[in-house]
Design a protein around this ligand. Structure first.
Ligand code: SAM
Length: 232
């Protein structure tokens, strides 16, 4: 797997718009409860999001986990001077014991889990959180009475990448079954336009609706990004 170094570099100094929303949820939690530990599951290359948190909350303990051993090795190297701990772990088939955390985040990870895995992930997330702990996810979520999956074959994923698009009520029911309360889902809109490059690039671009909303597309696929929060 190729590590997203260019992508990392772009967002190391410029915060991603989606992360800004997640950071607001973290700030709100921190205003009511004491945030001591945060766990980011599927942290990806460079730990972009964890670095943003580290800069804002210098005292909290941060852990990022990922299924990819290569990503974790690379992150550990890049971040050797920082306070972020990176752990190689498959969240669905764990071989490591992770510490309980006040906040657990998942950015663009649930889209890779099937229905059974979603429920298993939510059960484990519930166990991983401290009392009143907060789960925050950014993912493809939509309000329609539909659940669907797409296999994307692209230059990046010639072997095919299976992406799931879950609806709000399915996710809410799974979260409640795991014991969560105060479930909230908020659609995300890009605050500015991202240009279309060409048909060879599946990097996110936006299209404007008649009422001036920026819809995010990954190539031909509409991305219904939304933030989900749920409390233990
Ligand atoms: C689309 S990337 C998102 C990376 C990062 N969260 C971000 O916002 O940039 C999804 C990441 O989830 C990781 N992942 C997928 N399934 C996982 C699992 N079962 N356990 C842990 N990480 C997983 C992948 O290895 C990948 O790095």
């Amino acid at each position: 797997m190729k590590l997203a170094t260019k992508y990392q570099q772009r967002y190391i100094s410029n915060r991603r718009e989606t992360d800004k929303v997640t950071l607001k949820h973290i700030e709100k939690y921190n205003n009511s409860y004491e945030l001591k530990k945060l766990l980011d599951i599927g942290c990806g290359a460079g730990g972009i999001f964890l670095k943003a948190i580290r800069d804002l909350y210098p005292k909290i303990s941060l852990i990022g986990t990922d299924l990819s051993e290569e990503i974790i090795k690379e992150n550990t190297k890049i971040n050797s001077e920082f306070r972020i701990k990176f752990i190689h772990d498959d969240f669905l088939n764990p071989n490591k014991i992770l510490p309980k955390s006040d906040i657990l985040t998942m950015n663009a990870v649930l889209m890779f889990f099937n229905e059974e895995e979603i429920q298993r992930a939510f059960d484990r997330i519930f166990d991983q959180l401290t009392e009143k702990g907060l789960f925050i996810a950014l993912d493809y979520m939509h309000p329609w009475d539909q659940k669907f999956s797409i296999i994307e074959h692209s230059k990046l994923h010639p072997e095919g990448l299976l992406l799931h698009f879950y609806n709000y009520s399915f996710l809410e029911n799974c979260l409640k079954r795991s014991g969560f309360r105060n479930v909230n889902i908020e659609p995300f809109e890009m605050p500015f336009e991202l240009p279309f490059k060409d048909y060879n690039s599946i990097q996110t671009h936006t299209l404007k609706t008649k009422d001036n909303c920026n819809l995010s597309f990954r190539g031909a696929i509409y991305q219904p990004w939304a933030h989900l929060t749920a409390q233990k």
